[in-house]
Design a protein around this ligand. Structure first.
Ligand SMILES: Cc1cc2nc3c(=O)[nH]c(=O)nc-3n(C[C@H](O)[C@H](O)[C@H](O)COP(=O)(O)OP(=O)(O)OC[C@H]3O[C@@H](n4cnc5c(N)ncnc54)[C@H](O)[C@@H]3O)c2cc1C
Length: 492
């Protein structure tokens, strides 16, 4: 029998999830929030890890302080907060939770708010698996949560707002940035006019952008537009990076290669929404590469095509933390409205500021679109020997041979094991989909992703071999002459 039941269960302790939980709990609902990391705050408001004491919050910067305010509000709202707990499955109105080191359990809720955020858009090229090649998210975790600089000579290769923001932040932490490579074009007069038109309500973001650009200029870090990293080399770790000029589709131009020494290559080609739970829930999707690829379809209250599932933040299309907070509020109000905790007029009145904020931020995203459009060339940088699925060591050649015979990504997965490892395709699936699209002349958005399977996070089998999830007899072990449920043996 299920022991736990809530009005609203929120997945994700980033700005979207924290805001949704706070708003729903303040309206008197029984709310639980689940976060797999040890601390709340999500990606942008990542808090220092356990054991690190913050003596001077003012010195920690705006992102830390804004995150702290969101966390304090959620903690004061009365919502039950579970950290170090991963949601590994969604089925109907139930989710399966696995606390770190504990057993899986099923929790039911009348409304689910999924706010799982995004992860780095993976880009494969020769040498991308060398130690010292880090994604922006990975590097951010090391720097923000652990306060460690992984190297001194950093080359940053990426695109979009992150290609400006992240190197500037790293400079602030004392990293030596040699070069910033931006795959997109430099701004034109038309872009600047569009940005100026979208400035009302986005002043802070634009000021930040100016500040980041000024930091690069001050430290004499070259920002080179329309260049992409094509190779990383080194003896046991990255020592040298090769980059090349690209055309409008981000395809390298022959003869434009340059080499650069580096001990860290940081990759920031934008983010893709974490859609595993939304797919398990059976929600409908659209495709928009600029928002990160597959984006869940939602109504004005951020209900998905599954009416009891609402979705907010970067996990629904990557639009940044301001939109994440606004969407969290709207989803929290949507859940409160659906469950009768507030009437429609109250919901509309309270949602109005968040809707305005979201609308303004989305206007800025549209204004930046020409500069930030992702070129298909970014998925074409592998050679036959390049490892594409690093969990299962599957090369581009092995995949190409299989893709010659099928356009079905599930078949490619079954025949090559690409996407079957611990990351469950988060690193390789987009690359494989792009290979299928190219080989079979399909738009990328027309390639169906592999069927999602629980658990969406790697968890020990002992955590799942629990009768609440699997039934007592599914995982049995021999103990002398008797068959014993594996979970009971694990207890001994
Ligand atoms: C790698 C990365 C770096 C970024 N860097 C910046 C930056 O420097 N500056 C900036 O302005 N913006 C940055 N962004 C964008 C910004 O982080 C987001 O816009 C904002 O944090 C989105 O908020 P969110 O709540 O939607 O998602 P997040 O902040 O990502 O929060 C989602 C939370 O859900 C949790 N979660 C996911 N799946 C599960 C699960 N199955 N079970 C339990 N918990 C789960 C995650 O651990 C995470 O804490 C970055 C985004 C990413 C992905």
């Amino acid at each position: 029998m299920d022991r736990e039941h809530h009005d609203v269960l929120v997945v994700g302790g980033g700005p979207a999830g924290l805001s949704a939980a706070t708003v729903a709990a303040r309206h008197g609902l029984d709310v639980a929030l689940v976060e797999e990391r040890v601390t709340l705050g999500g990606q942008v408001h990542k808090q220092p890890g356990p054991g690190i004491v913050v003596r001077d919050p003012a010195a920690m910067g705006r992102e830390y302080r804004e995150g702290r305010a969101l966390i304090d509000a959620a903690e004061a709202s009365g919502a039950t907060i579970m950290t170090s707990t991963a949601v590994v499955a969604v089925e109907g109105d139930a989710v399966v939770l696995v606390p770190d080191g504990g057993r899986a359990r099923t929790v039911r809720a009348r409304r689910l708010v999924l706010a799982p955020g995004a992860h780095d858009r993976p880009v494969a090229f020769p040498g991308w698996t060398l130690p010292g090649v880090l994604t922006a998210g990975g590097m951010q975790t090391i720097v923000k949560a652990q306060r460690v600089l992984p190297g001194r000579r950093v080359v940053f290769a990426g695109a979009g707002p992150l290609a400006l923001a992240f190197p500037a932040q790293l400079l602030g932490y004392g990293a030596g940035i040699r070069t910033v490579l931006e795959a997109g074009p430099p701004p034109r007069i038309g872009d600047l006019l569009r940005i100026a038109g979208a400035a009302p309500g986005n002043r802070h973001l634009l000021q930040d952008a100016v500040r980041y650009r000024a930091a690069l200029l001050r430290e004499r870090v070259p920002l080179r537009y329309r260049r992409i990293v094509v190779r990383a080399e080194g003896d046991g770790r990255v020592e040298q990076v090769t980059h090349a000029a690209v055309d409008a589709d981000w395809r390298p131009i022959a003869g434009s290669e340059e080499r650069e020494p580096a001990d860290v290559l940081c990759l920031g080609y934008g983010f893709v929404p974490s859609i595993e739970l939304l797919r398990l829930a059976g929600c409908d999707f659209d495709f928009d590469e600029q928002l990160g690829g597959y984006v869940v379809r939602r109504d004005d209250w951020l209900r998905t095509s599954r009416p009891h599932v609402l979705a907010a933040g970067d996990g629904t299309g990557v639009e940044g933390s301001v939109v994440a907070v606004a969407e969290g509020r709207i989803a929290g109000l949507g859940a409160a409205l659906d469950l009768g905790a507030i009437d429609a007029a109250t919901a509309e009145r309270e949602a109005a500021p968040a809707r305005r904020l979201r609308g303004r931020r989305q206007a800025l995203t549209r204004a930046l679109r020409r500069m930030h459009d992702v070129g298909p060339g970014v998925f074409e940088l592998t050679t036959p020997e390049t490892t594409v699925c690093r969990c299962e060591s599957v090369t581009a050649a092995r995949l190409a041979e299989t893709i010659d015979g099928t356009r079905d990504i599930n078949v490619v997965k079954a025949l090559t094991r690409a996407g079957m490892g611990p990351c469950q395709g988060r690193s390789c699936q987009r690359q494989v989909a792009a290979m299928i699209a190219r080989r079979h002349r399909q738009p990328l958005g027309a390639v169906e992703l592999a069927t999602p399977r629980m658990p969406v996070r790697p968890v020990p089998i002992g955590a799942l071999a629990d009768d609440a999830v699997t039934g007592r007899t599914l995982f049995m072990r021999q103990d002398g002459d008797a068959d014993v449920p594996a979970g009971e043996l694990a207890d001994e």
